[in-house]
Design a binder for this molecule. Structure first.
Ligand SMILES: [Mn+2]
Length: 410
């Protein structure tokens, strides 16, 4: 029997009021922007839920950044849940390792439209169709961490009730042993996909990933990137479920500040102003790729070989400042740091060195002059074919042997 189509919003790792970490530098005007970023992203999440008229909202853990959240974060969350309640939207929260149920200090009496899943035990709630309360829309199953370190698997605890309509499972944990995140509530993908649920609303891994589409197994990623490794657009998923239970899942970018890493190979560039010019062009493109008024924080990584390898971090800081916006503006671009991985240029080979002798051999190599009749087209420098071939071979020799010859003295 077809049901009523419905929509829900799935977010995770909101880390409300979280500080930015490991920043190279922050201009004074940027500090309040970064301090507000996670809460601004949360305001946008609320707008999205209301604009899309979702039927429910699900948070898969790490709503707060730590167990003693600021009152500012708690009020933001309370007001947000209440706003969703005003629109008849229920909210479901499965606690994770940053906001474990038993350790979390709560100074707020949460609104009635919030369901927090119990610690260490899967519970489910049937969400009724508001237009027809006798009929269920879907069932939401979830479990919370009692404490930060949960090393046991929670997947086996999710038992889908045969009577349940469309069913969703909400879990904070590491599916597939992904590196870079603590291996909490570990599970294999097949532990989830074989349990009969229609959608696994996951949290914990901060990179957005759809691990499966049938059933849906989804990490929305965190809401606001807080350091260079959390780069790219950040936001939440809205799932559209049709009357037959098939879902379409759409990512919405919500973070007001987006991290980008810009890698530039400056081999052969001897002048800092030339590097600055090239970075300026690349930054304009990076800033232009941000959506709307969103700001962009950029970490630049310089690679290759150049005499500019001698410059100190403070020198690169000067360039970072010159390339950054000096004041807040919509669509700002701020270079957080320029990290130089530059190597010094290779030492010239002495006349009797291995490379010089190999190049000389290639020069002496007699290439048939009738090649030039077969391919009568000179290259951009007007060289006939035999000379082009000689040049190619010499270039390859330089590239292959150059690394063996060592670097120039600083
Ligand atoms: Mn997290």
């Amino acid at each position: 029997m077809p049901g009523r189509p419905f929509r829900f919003l799935h977010a995770a790792d909101l880390h409300l009021d979280s500080p930015f970490r490991g920043l190279g530098r922050v201009a004074p005007w940027l500090r309040p922007v970064l301090q507000d970023a996670s809460l601004e992203a949360f305001r946008r999440l609320l707008d999205l839920a209301v604009d899309e008229s979702v039927d429910l909202v699900v948070w898969a853990g790490d709503v707060f950044d730590h167990t003693a959240p600021s009152l500012r974060a708690q009020f933001a969350l309370r007001d947000g849940i209440a706003r969703l309640g005003d629109h008849g939207i229920p909210v479901f929260w499965a606690h994770g390792n940053h906001d474990p149920f038993d350790a979390l200090a709560v100074d707020i009496d949460w609104p009635a439209n919030l369901t927090r899943f119990p610690a260490g035990r899967v519970e489910h709630v049937v969400v009724p169709d508001p237009a027809d309360p006798a009929h269920p829309l879907c069932a939401v199953y979830g479990i919370s961490y009692p404490e930060a370190r949960v090393l046991e698997s929670y997947a086996e605890q999710f038992l889908r009730d045969d009577e349940a309509p469309w069913a969703m499972a909400v879990l904070h944990g590491n599916v597939g042993g992904q590196p870079g995140h603590d291996n909490y509530a570990p599970a294999r993908l097949m532990d989830l996909t074989t349990r009969g649920f229609d959608y696994w609303a996951l949290g914990h891994i901060h990179h957005r990933a759809v691990l499966s589409e049938s059933p849906w197994v989804v990490y929305p990623g965190n809401l606001q990137g807080r350091h260079p490794r959390e780069d790219g657009a950040k936001g939440a998923m809205v799932a559209h479920v049709d009357e037959w239970g098939a879902a379409r899942v759409v990512f919405h970018s919500l973070a007001p500040v987006v991290w980008r890493t810009l890698a530039l190979d400056v081999t052969g560039e001897a002048y800092a102003d030339r590097v600055e010019e090239r970075l300026g062009d690349a930054l304009a493109a990076a800033g232009g790729s941000a959506q709307g008024d969103d700001g962009t924080l950029v970490r630049v990584e310089l690679t290759g070989r150049s005499p500019l390898a001698r410059l100190a971090p403070d020198d690169w800081l000067v360039m970072a400042e010159r390339l950054s916006d000096r004041a807040p503006r919509p669509g700002f671009v701020f270079v957080e740091s320029i990290v130089s991985h530059l190597g010094r240029p290779l030492a010239p080979d002495p006349p009797d060195g291995l490379l010089s002798r190999a190049l000389a051999e290639v020069d002496r190599l007699a290439l048939p002059s009738d090649w030039n009749a077969v391919w009568p087209f000179p290259d951009a420098w007007g060289r006939p074919l035999a000379q082009q071939v000689r040049q190619r071979v010499q270039d390859r020799l330089r590239a292959a042997l150059g690394d063996e010859l060592g670097e120039e003295d600083p």
